[in-house]
Unconditional design. Sequence first.
Lengths: 242, 113
Amino acid sequence: MSSDADELEVSVWRGDNASGRFEDFRVPAQENQTILDVVSWIQQHRDPTLSYRYACRVGMCGSCAMMVNGVPRWTCRTHVKVALKDNRISIGPLRNLPVIKDLATDMDPFFDKWVAAEGMHHPSRTRDDAIEQINPEDASRQEANKGIECINCSVCYAACDTVAGNDDYLGPAALQRAWTLYNDAKDAGKLNILEAVSGKGGCHNCHSQGGCSHYCPNDLNPMAAIAGLKRASALSFFKGRK
Amino acid sequence: MIRPHRTHALWYAFILHRISGVALALFLPVHFYTLALALTDPERLDGFFRWTELAVVKFAEFGLVFLLALHMFGGLRLMALEWLPWSDRQKTLAAGAAAMSFLISGVFLLRAI
Ligand code: HEM
Ligand code: SF4
Ligand code: SF4
Ligand code: FES
């Protein structure tokens, strides 16, 4: 690793999917520097028209993900030293999403699939009922807990080759959300969820390559969640419920 | 060149599973055809067996047994992943499947030569 060099050689994607190309910049190296710092430096000192997206800078909001040297990462919490290869970094827009401009992708397909996977709450009670007591030690509650730290960053979606090959595939984040709700005692939409995740773009498309779990910055495991959905939907099928 | 986002253990397990699956699909028709020669043309089958004595062919058979074992153990891992309670040791299990396949095909090769 040659992070001792004074300057980093950075290539940044400019334009959209159809007519884009990488543009080279030299950026002063710092002892402590994230990929997002590098992008911001270019925008502040070299080209104010560079488009990119971020908000929290601390790994909470999920808006800053990009392809860094070919792998998807949350850029606000990726240290340059981790990603640097031969003093070079390439920074591109997230894979598997339409590019609006430069490093900003259109996240609509990602969120639309979240809804298509029934990744929304299906209430089991009204405001007039007493609040349901949930035992935190419960096995299904523990299973649901595993997925709740998802920040919707789309890193897993960008890592997934099944998403790349199948436009309809709901993708790891949406399916993990569906699994979380499926295990939530307060969610009354179990059958809607199974219906939504076992169709044409559903969980059975997944080849368990595990790119999602390998790259998820929050160490979540969508691959395991999808295996759970495969099992639940297959069992439901054999029991003749659908 | 393997694209950077694919360079992790379970993707290698996936690509080996696909290659071995396709290789099996190509091999099996040939395999059944030659076996059928026992009924239709025993002379040619004997000729074929003499050909299989060649070292190159022995080595190719080692490759086939390796791919078959790899597909079987790898496939069992995937089925366990989907049907049994989740295990976090998927990389270890995939490596174990490759090691078992190498062991079995290695024993096959040693017995064959
Ligand atoms: C020995 C028993 C076998 C087991 C346990 C097994 C298991 C599996 C499993 C679980 C998959 C799905 C992998 C995925 O989701 O990506 C698969 C895929 C496949 N299998 Fe097998 N299989 C076996 C035998 C065979 C045979 C004999 C053939 C050849 C005719 C074959 C050809 C294939 C092919 C072409 C694929 C598709 C690979 C892919 O989608 O990546 N398999 N196998
Ligand atoms: S395990 Fe499934 S969802 Fe995750 S990256 Fe692989 S194919 Fe995509
Ligand atoms: S599962 Fe992980 S990688 Fe995927 S959107 Fe959620 S936090 Fe990001
Ligand atoms: S800027 Fe919010 S997660 Fe990176």
